[in-house]
Write a protein that binds this ligand. Sequence first.
Ligand SMILES: NC(=O)C1=CN([C@@H]2O[C@H](COP(=O)(O)OP(=O)(O)OC[C@H]3O[C@@H](n4cnc5c(N)ncnc54)[C@H](O)[C@@H]3O)[C@@H](O)[C@H]2O)C=CC1
Ligand SMILES: O=CC(=O)O
Length: 307
Amino acid sequence: MRELFDAELNLTDTPMDRAALEAAVRRADVLVPTITDTVDASLIESAGEQLKMIANFGAGVDHIDVEAAVGRGLIVTNTPGVLTEDTADLAMALILAVSRRIVEGAQVVAEGRFEGWTPTWMTGRKLWGKRLGIVGMGRIGQALARRAKAFGMQVHYHNRKPVPDMVAEELGATWWDDLDQMLARMDIISLNCPATKETHHLLSAERLARLQPHALLINTARGELIDESALADAVARRAIAGIGLDVYEHEPAIHPGLLGHANVVLLPHLGSATLEARQDMGDRVITNIMTFQNGHRPPDRVIPAML
Ligand SMILES: NC(=O)C1=CN([C@@H]2O[C@H](COP(=O)(O)OP(=O)(O)OC[C@H]3O[C@@H](n4cnc5c(N)ncnc54)[C@H](O)[C@@H]3O)[C@@H](O)[C@H]2O)C=CC1
Ligand SMILES: O=CC(=O)O
């Protein structure tokens, strides 16, 4: 960034505080936030005339008021695609971890409690032939579907509209127009849609109650998609068989009711956390800025209609 632009960098690897963000939008032509920097309407309003672009380092843009930004004539971009395979890997890892009790098993060994194989001890659930319901069949949803197919799972999905026939055929994926009906019939649910006004608490207490008692719930998208208190309540009532989460409603805080359960695997927002993805995300930010600077439409433009 310093080679290419007159860049001021936040080298602390932590979110910028409000004062730093306000100072940045008053001075800069381009703001490069990460997914933990809140870029709300009042911050955008306080920006100077010279601010032209918000080039986000990350795929999710729920921390940016895109409508306010675009309303003010700003270009908003993100970094999709380059983190798709890594995030899908993590979703698949959570599916495996929860269904095959991998974290629990590793703890048994680490604590010296392994006393030998027995016929009934630590039995998990088979993946082959199970029904996976993906909510949000975009880039990551489809990448997860490819993995699930390779594991012999039946792929189902709910999306705002069906994917093209060719994609559905390749994935052997069945579209459900009605989310409630899909939830009630799946063995595993994976959330892969963005956090928007429409998807806030998409899995409400009522929808969680639709899941079958043996169902597993995986979320690598955004915590706001689930009513976390209702989920903790479902865990306490043993109304759900297992959970794998990478993201949380009030991140980095986690509902205490989700902690300390053998059937709940919790990761610290690691979806895109590979060195390769993070470098590619940085390259993507630069490509977006340079394309815009050269007078063209940046490849990863985000507009409110997409959300
Ligand atoms: N855990 C992590 O580190 C990461 C999390 N993410 C999250 O994953 C999300 C998805 O990423 P991509 O697959 O790249 O996005 P994408 O835009 O390619 O796919 C999102 C899909 O969700 C669908 N969708 C939107 N609203 C919906 C609704 N109300 N009901 C059903 N489907 C709906 C869209 O039609 C689209 O098909 C991001 O928005 C981000 O929040 C992304 C990268 C890493
Ligand atoms: O959660 C990560 C992202 O890039 O979005």
